[in-house]
Design a protein around this ligand. Structure first.
Ligand SMILES: [Ca+2]
Length: 237
């Protein structure tokens, strides 16, 4: 079960200027086999999940309250690990502060699946420890992989840690049925909803939860220590 996402222009990648959840995450796959393709315009996506060091600067600049488990961050060793414990509102505010935005589900999935509709960012082979951080138990921020350290797990566009490490908030409201009726081009999700969608699985999840079509959803005000994010921008700057 999947949606097939084609891209109208070449997708470029820029360097990022550059747990256990309270309950088992709800899981299902997007669409159904044979679901129509959707097109997404070209964009630039952060190569790495937003890190604790970058989030620290954001908090210092804006006065925003710290995420869940922020006290576990050891700045000298965890600066390049992804921030987790952020709400959707935190993630949205961060991206907007830097003139970016959260990706849509379709943009996120395109970045992970490439032009050939692969199951995982690296291809169709099952996850391994060299490709993704998954199936772990929380021992502090060191549970999280340093961004870019799992070179074998990057997507065709050179984007790291899409599978595993931290779940990633996207901008869409969640609707299980959305892709049966979504626009053909640049779908942005339902106009309203109770939960925001997340993609990619985390350090906590098991192998098949890391599939690029896998969807999850949480209330936007909630935070979990296996949930982070990355940002997208529509042009280079
Ligand atoms: Ca991730």
């Amino acid at each position: 079960m999947r949606i097939r996402i084609a891209l109208t222009f070449s997708l470029a990648v820029m360097l990022s200027i550059s747990p256990v959840s309270a309950q088992a995450p709800p899981i299902e796959m997007t669409g159904k086999d044979g679901a129509p393709s959707v097109y997404v315009d070209a964009y630039y996506m952060d190569k790495y999940e937003v890190t604790t060091s970058r989030y620290a600067i954001f908090m210092q600049t804006t006065g925003r309250e710290p995420p869940t488990r922020w006290k576990d961050v050891n700045a000298p060793t965890d600066g390049e690990r992804p921030v987790v414990g952020v709400t959707w509102h935190d993630a949205d505010a961060y991206c907007r502060h830097y003139g970016k935005r959260l990706p849509t589900e379709a943009e996120w999935e395109k970045a992970a699946r490439g032009a050939d509709g692969r199951l995982f960012p690296w291809g169709n082979e099952e996850p391994t420890r060299a490709r993704a951080n998954f199936g772990a138990a929380w021992i502090g921020y060191e549970t999280l992989a340093v961004g870019g350290s799992l070179e074998a797990g990057k997507s065709p566009y050179g984007i790291h840690d899409l599978a595993g490490n931290a779940w990633e908030w996207v901008t869409d409201w969640y609707d299980m049925e959305y892709y049966k009726k979504s626009p053909d081009r640049n779908p942005t999700g339902p106009t309203r909803g109770g939960s925001k969608a997340l993609r990619g699985g985390s350090w906590y999840n098991m192998l098949y939860d890391l599939r690029s079509t896998n969807r999850n959803y949480y209330a936007p005000k909630n935070s979990y220590f296996d949930v982070g994010f990355r940002c997208l921008q529509e042009g280079p700057k």
